[in-house]
Design a protein around this ligand. Sequence first.
Ligand code: HEM
Length: 136
Amino acid sequence: MAGGSKVYTLAEVSAHSDRKDCWLLIDGKVYDVTKFLEDHPGGDEVLLAATGKDASNDFEDVGHSSTARAMMDEYYVGDIDSSSIPTKRAYTPPKQPYYNQDKTTDFIIKILQFLVPLLILGLAFGVRFYTKTSTA
Ligand code: HEM
């Protein structure tokens, strides 16, 4: 099958996912690699495993040569209807326990951590001073 300018949905591409009929979706283009399965240097299993989805990452991860990329034209049958590919879900931050945005209490705690030892020190000096003067 050659020279297709047909637009397929992901569901249509997914319908061709076996050894006798194997289509791949790579970079928005649809390839019928059925005849190439046995000749693929990476084996047929990887190609079959890459069916029914956007195989662009799988294809790129292997680091295919320019020769491999040139071969693709031969198997090109059409393009993908991009609206049929599920888009990545928007990032939703994980639910966190209540976060104290108001730093006032933190600030008060820090001041107290600093003041309380000072207070104790002052008290100790006060007591010492008092006991000294009273006994003198
Ligand atoms: C129309 C699509 C594809 C064509 C024409 C193609 C062609 C080739 C060619 C010519 C090679 C030999 C090495 C090179 O020249 O880069 C190769 C290797 C390989 N390909 Fe593909 N390939 C296709 C799709 C895929 C996909 C979707 C996968 C999925 C993972 C894949 C996995 C591999 C692996 C694992 C190797 C072996 C790499 C190695 O052993 O060095 N290929 N392919």
